[in-house]
Design a protein. Sequence first.
Length: 194
Amino acid sequence: MSDSIQDVLLDSNAYFRLGNSIRPLLQQPFGSAPQYTLYVLAELDDEFATSARLRSKFNWVSESEYRTDRKARRYELRGDDRAKSLTAFSFLNAYGEGQKINLSREDLKALAAGFVKGIPVVTDDGGMTRVAEANGIECWSTIRLLRVMVIAKRIEMETVNGILEYWEYENDLPMGLGKLRQLFKEYFNADCPI
């Protein structure tokens, strides 16, 4: 991968937390040196379709605007990378089970893609983060992604503050409030708006 291009894979929860607030989220690369391009796995749509809870909470996901955005940036591995990801999936699953960490098939696929391609995976899932750290996979929190987007001038701080207020309203904070406030201060050198 070129130093000037950086693919970043969002897990389902990161997409659900950001997709309605940053539009389009995936279709618009941002930054320079590196230029970031955000992706989701094709399985996100299957996960959404089979979960009544997700369909109810994030009903906007089924709207045409968002389907088009996801369709444009589905991360799929082919050929040798696909074979390597299946192997990575197996050992990441075994590691997670050995550590009593419950990960979904979609979580494991995202981590396997990150492992094989050496790209960051955006997740706030504690289990995914532990498995990633133990296996040399770069993980970003959604807060870190927002910081990268602000630095790259893809979004403004006003958008970040609105997203955090939305998360609070939806009772969907990506981590405990104390940790969120700490990271916000560290990443943005400002007090957290919530």
